[in-house]
Design a protein around this ligand. Structure first.
Ligand code: AHR
Length: 538
């Protein structure tokens, strides 16, 4: 949660937060990844057995990709798609490789060799240290196939598919916990696109059957962008079998400000989805007019799985050409802003998986010779390393951005502070402050909370970079700069920079009773506003 005061010319910006005001736990799954059979994500990215420079292990997996995924501490990876899912036959991808059928791939118009399938993915996840998250084919696939896949992955019974897994050399079940009930089933580009009514009916029945077979699984319902009637309807109908509600949003604009501010639309989408979840949980008795009685139908409150998010211009990087985006400093700031949104909205987010992890709209690109860490890799790394634990209440006083936004409604709906901020209290008792200065021309001198001791500072972008700088093989222009800040007074956030500051604190960890902490946080924030108003008149 961030509260915000718009300041005028001559006023001094400030950021206030305190370790004693946590507002929600940050789910470690917030830093998840996604690997789809699309472009060079799997073949040539994760799996590259013919690499001429020997960059692979005995499984044919790229070791530099595994190392980078480990560096990012990716906790969970969604697979095998995406749109690919709607025609995927999982059985094609298990057993001896030479016997696996080659198929025409419909979503991305390619050829699928099936040389990388379920067992390879499980092995890769194990090496990366990530949990697998599988998406079921609700396009051409049947419930029977879905149940068979679940049996193959999770059951230890003496039955056909569990035995097939054992026959394929995997004695112990994988215990895959997270399963998605289809992908973007609402979309016109989807094979077997369906109406919300048809999807909800089918998803409910599939969910019921899958949970009968394995009651330990968590099901992810296929939502849309979080603010559609599809989301409202499917949540109403399927709440009982839903553990997480999935939403997807990609943002992008050719101009810097609409590009960098665009992820704010996801903040609104999260707020609306959370409200739709609550709506689905609530029973209203309109008979008692004028005092309607509302009561929760159930204590069960699914969280959001933001399982596709990123910056993507499908005209610049078309999907059927592999969607190989080249990210610049503006995109890097947008990714940092996306992550700020997730930390601020931690209360509602159960999982977020960036789309995608390698080569396809990705922070990591492979070449025959090695790996490129794109500009967007760095905020992801800093967030994943430090923005964990508990999300903290923040109050920001800063100038605002006013001007064109993408989507257009953003401009008239939300405040867009020039300093976009989130804060986290990590388990090692560091207060971590993530600040994006959106401005492409001005640094912002800002008062920070009272800090004792020195501050570790990580900066990406800023004065040393041009807003259009990118990284490529042999030319890494955008990296993290590390420094220390021991001065008192105001901190200068350089133009178009992402800065993560961290310092040691002695927190008193209150119990996360959200209603109470929010109340206390509001009080403390109100006090901070009064203080900063005093500071203004200094
Ligand atoms: O991530 C790329 C594609 O975008 C996915 O396959 C699909 O789900 C979305 O439309």
């Amino acid at each position: 949660m961030t509260t915000f005061t718009r300041i005028g010319d001559g006023d001094k910006p400030s950021i206030f937060t305190t370790a004693s005001q946590p507002i929600a736990d940050i789910d470690p799954f917030l830093y998840g990844g996604f690997a789809e059979h699309m472009g060079r994500c799997i073949y040539g990215g994760i799996y590259d057995p013919k690499n001429i420079n020997g960059l692979v292990d005995k499984n044919g997996f790229r070791t530099d990709v595994i190392d980078a995924m480990k560096e990012l501490q990716v906790p969970i990876v969604r697979y095998p798609g995406g749109n690919f899912t709607a025609t995927y036959r999982w059985l094609d991808g298990v057993g001896p490789k030479e016997q696996r059928p080659k198929r025409v791939e419909v979503a991305w118009k390619g050829v699928e060799t099936n040389h990388f399938g379920t067992d390879e993915f499980m092995k890769w996840c194990d090496l990366v240290g990530a949990e697998p998250y599988l998406a079921l084919n609700m396009g051409t696939g049947t419930l029977e196939e879905a149940l068979a896949w679940l049996e193959y992955c999770n059951l230890d019974t003496d039955t056909h598919y569990a035995n097939l897994r054992k026959q394929n050399g995997h004695e112990k079940p994988y215990g895959v916990k997270y399963w998605a009930l289809g992908n973007e089933v609402w979309a016109p580009w989807q094979v077997e696109q369906s109406s919300k009514e048809d999807y909800a009916k089918k998803a409910y029945q599939w969910g019921k059957a899958l949970k009968l077979l394995d009651p330990n699984i968590k099901l992810v319902l296929c939502g849309k962008d979080g603010h559609s009637d599809w989301d409202r309807y499917v949540l109403q109908e399927c709440l009982k079998i839903t553990d997480l509600h999935s939403i997807h949003i990609y943002t992008f604009d050719m101009e810097h400000y609409p590009n960098v501010t665009s992820p704010k639309s996801a903040e609104r989408a999260i707020e609306i989805t959370a409200a739709l979840i609550d709506l689905a949980r609530t029973e209203v008795d309109y008979e008692t007019f004028p005092r309607f009685v509302t009561k929760p139908k159930t204590a069960h409150r699914p969280k959001i799985s933001f399982d596709e998010w990123n910056i993507w211009n499908p005209i610049r990087a078309p999907g059927d050409k592999g969607a190989e985006e080249k990210y610049d400093v503006s995109d890097m700031l947008a990714v940092a802003l996306w992550l700020n949104v997730f930390v601020r909205q931690a209360k509602h987010i159960g999982m977020a998986t960036i789309a995608q992890s390698v080569n396809v709209i990705a922070p990591l690109m492979t070449t025959e010779q090695g790996i490129i860490r794109q500009t967007t890799y760095w905020p992801l790394l800093l967030f994943s390393k430090y923005m964990r634990g508990q999300s903290l209440a923040v109050h920001v006083r800063s100038p605002t951005y006013t001007g064109r936004t993408s989507p257009e409604w953003l401009e008239s709906t939300m405040d867009i502070p020039m300093l976009d901020v989130s804060a986290a209290l990590s388990d090692d008792d560091y207060l971590n402050l993530a600040v994006v200065n959106l401005s492409d021309c001005e640094s912002v001198e800002t008062s920070l909370p009272l800090i004792e001791g020195s501050v570790q500072v990580f900066t990406v972008g800023g004065n040393k970079n041009d807003i259009r700088d990118t990284n490529s093989w042999g030319s890494t222009k955008v990296v993290i700069t590390e420094s220390e800040w021991c001065e008192s007074g105001r901190f200068v956030f350089e133009k178009h920079s992402f800065t993560l500051l961290r310092w040691k604190v002695t927190p008193s960890r209150p119990n996360l009773d959200l209603s109470l902490t929010s109340l206390k946080a509001s009080r403390e924030i109100a006090a901070a506003v009064v203080n900063s108003l005093h500071a203004r008149s200094e």
